[in-house]
Design a protein around this ligand. Structure first.
Ligand code: DP6
Length: 343
């Protein structure tokens, strides 16, 4: 290979947490373990061209346009990773990213953005160093992703990915995510329909929200609740108990927003239509017995999770009852995916 100039490219998905990461210590170490479904369609493609240089430098383009507003976060990321990817110190990088989801949807995902970039950078490092091989490639990429955005560490594996130490999985780590196999083959393949309630930028970034957990009045309780919920969730997946799965997932979503509302200062990210949708989802489940539930990330949009064999029924319900609460009637049908792809 001609290493004077070359290019790598990865497509990496977003993910939706079932047990939420909320709160962190220095150096992107999570306060509690989290687990997520990896998505399939909602993803970022990043390509990195690299050429030899006397010192490190980078240019960043989003869909071929320069984006000065992304530079401070990228600068922090590169300052965190340079000791872990030493080959970068002699390279000039040209980074180009694009998302598979519409600009207007307001679901720009730091998880897909940073994991796709981290996979590219890890691949470049592996070309110069014997320390990265097929065995540890994804672990290293997850570690590097974490230093960009905590939730990004989970996006390098599918269908389920766990980040943060938990006694439930011996291999689990605060420094990188691990893939979780669904050993129970009865457990259904899940769809995730993202109902776009608000397409604007978030009022409060996750980074600020995490910070507010440092002195949160419920910090200790939240940490123990997350461990308890994690063990209930694992049991529900192992025993195919969808009612218990739904109970934990919705409890985590509401806890996340309750933590925001009880932070000091407090903030509220859901919107009236978020609540309208939640109420209708619960009513629909009670009336039809369909195993559909809601979850939320740090914003107003609602993720509807449901088994693939209920797809038709849930789509009908969305069109008839929920789309009216979405911004411009917009929603995105996705499903659980298997993780990143090298281009
Ligand atoms: C609510 O991963 O975006 O989506 O590490 O500061 O980049 P940073 O935070 P980020 O936080 C995600 C929070 C969440 C829950 C989750 O994905 O686990």
């Amino acid at each position: 290979m001609n290493l004077n100039k070359s290019k790598v490219s990865w497509k990496s998905p977003s993910n939706i947490a079932l047990i939420k990461y909320w709160g962190k210590y220095n150096n992107q170490i999570p306060m509690n373990p989290s687990i997520s479904f990896t998505l399939d369609k909602c993803s970022t493609i990043t390509s990195v061209k690299f050429e030899k240089s006397n010192e490190f430098s980078y240019n960043f383009f989003f869909e071929n346009k320069s984006k000065p507003e992304f530079i401070p976060k990228l600068d922090v990321f590169f300052s965190r990773i340079n000791e872990h990817l030493p080959s970068l110190s002699k390279l000039k990088l040209t980074i180009n990213s694009s998302n598979s989801f519409p600009h207007s949807s307001g679901i720009a995902s730091s998880a897909s953005a940073f994991s796709s970039l981290a996979l590219c950078l890890t691949e470049i490092e592996s070309m110069f160093s014997d320390l990265i091989d097929n065995e540890n490639f994804f672990e290293k990429a997850s570690f590097i992703s974490r230093l960009g955005s905590g939730s990004a560490s989970r996006s390098v594996y599918g269908p389920l990915s766990c980040w943060g130490e938990t006694e439930l999985y011996e291999q689990s780590s605060d420094e990188y995510a691990i893939p979780i196999k669904i050993s129970n083959h009865e457990f259904p393949v899940f769809c995730d329909t993202i109902l776009i309630v608000d397409s604007g930028p978030k009022k409060v970034s996750s980074t600020i929200g995490h910070k507010l957990m440092d002195d949160h009045i419920f910090k200790k309780e939240r940490i123990s609740q997350s461990h308890l919920n994690f063990s209930k969730l694992k049991k529900s997946i192992d025993s195919n108990d969808l009612d218990s799965f739904i109970e934990v997932v919705e409890n985590e979503a509401l806890t996340l927003h309750a933590l925001m509302m009880t932070s000091n200062p407090n903030f509220i990210l859901f919107k009236p239509n978020t609540i309208n949708i939640i109420n209708l989802v619960v009513k629909f489940r009670e009336e039809t017995g369909t195993k559909v539930c809601f979850t939320l990330d740090a914003g107003a949009n609602v993720h509807l999770l449901y088994p693939k064999n209920s797809f038709e029924k849930v789509q009908e319900f969305i069109k008839k009852s929920l789309a009216q609460f979405c911004h411009d009637g917009e929603y995105i049908n996705d499903q659980i995916g298997l993780g990143p792809q090298k281009n």
